[in-house]
Design a protein around this ligand. Structure first.
Ligand code: A3D
Length: 312
């Protein structure tokens, strides 16, 4: 008998709601939305349930206000926390979101210790590191969503610049999920054509810079929150790779244990293979001198935040 998969979304805000809809459409499993806001997870779950005959899906959605609803989840995606407001950096969210991640991490340890956990809450690299430490889950089963989104943003800007379809653009953005993230010119391709044959470095650098500040660009437009559609579909892509054992190559925040010369389980955006065992492999790509320098600067920014987490 094939059993239905259970996907728990901790945080039923903008990203949580988006993911619930997309997960239901894709029929990847039943979905439980968990949030401290009374009525919100129940309301969003019921709203999507009522659209199922139109969507053509048999997924079952529920809402809950306590963490016991995590029980036996196959995947847990965590967006619980506060988003950025205009003028706030991702790092400003550090202490308030740390306390939330600590609470959620303990609950995951108790109710869903076998789950694949995807953290989305910012500041991302520090929060996923904290989640792994607090939950005690194996490092290959705890990942952060940032690189999928940052790479998608860069692919979007490259596609817009060249007037081609974004789905034909392959891009990699590595490093921490902050202003120091590193877009890789030589790793970008368009329909299999290496980008340097289609675009000069100066143009690429402008697009990579826009990518690093793309979250802030949306915050400034929305004024009341941060991006949620593209973050939502990016986290779903990671969950899908795990649930379907796709061996999918994606850039995610993964725990480094010697790779890229980084020790201590520090989390940073790198290309990995995601399958039924979570992060099954980390690819160590060869960076040129300039890229390596930028990656090191980005790592230093992550280390600073992680040092704060280690003191808690
Ligand atoms: P929002 O719509 O505010 O949703 C967050 C939800 O978390 C709210 O409904 C809260 O009630 C809920 N919440 C707060 N504390 C708890 C708790 N202890 N347990 C359960 N639920 C709780 O925000 P959002 O969905 O737009 O964003 C969520 C997070 O994702 C924020 O930290 C953002 O900064 C972050 N984010 C990350 C990226 C990345 O690429 C990494 C992109 C966009 C947003």
């Amino acid at each position: 008998m094939v059993s239905r998969k259970k996907i728990a979304l901790v945080g039923a805000g903008q990203i949580g709601g988006t993911m619930a809809l997309v997960l239901a459409q894709k029929q990847l499993g039943d979905v439980v939305l968990i949030d401290i806001a009374e009525g919100v997870p129940q309301g969003k779950a019921l709203d999507i349930m009522e659209g199922r005959s139109v969507l053509g899906t048999s997924a079952i959605l529920e809402g809950a206000n306590d963490y016991t609803a995590l029980k036996d989840s196959d995947v847990v995606i965590v967006t619980a926390g506060l988003p950025r407001k205009p003028g706030m950096s991702r790092d400003d969210l550090l202490s308030v979101n740390y306390n939330i991640i600590a609470t959620v991490g303990k609950a995951i340890k108790e109710y869903a210790p076998n789950a694949f956990v995807i953290v989305v809450t910012n500041p991302l690299d520090a929060m996923v590191y904290a989640m792994q430490k607090v939950s005690g889950l194996p490092a290959n089963k705890v990942v952060g969503m940032a690189g999928v989104l940052d790479s998608a943003r860069l692919a979007c800007f490259v596609a817009m610049e060249l007037g081609v379809s974004a789905e034909d653009v392959q891009a990699i953005v590595m490093g921490g999920h902050g202003d120091t993230m590193v877009g890789l010119y030589n790793f970008c391709s368009v329909g299999g054509i290496p980008l340097p044959q289609l675009m000069d470095k100066e143009t690429f650098d402008r697009l990579a810079k826009r990518t690093a500040t793309a979250g802030g660009e949306i915050v400034a437009l929305l004024k009341t929150g941060s991006a949620f559609y593209s973050p939502g579909v990016s986290a779903v892509k990671m969950a899908e790779a795990y649930l379907l054992d796709k061996k999918s190559v994606q850039t995610v925040a993964a725990a480094l244990d010697g790779e890229y010369g980084v020790e201590g389980g520090l989390y940073c955006g790198v290309p990995v293979v995601i399958g039924a065992n979570g992060v099954e492999k980390i690819f160590e790509v060869k960076l040129d001198e300039e890229e390596q320098k930028a990656f090191d600067v980005s790592l230093d920014a992550v280390k600073e935040l992680v040092a704060w987490v280690d003191k808690q």
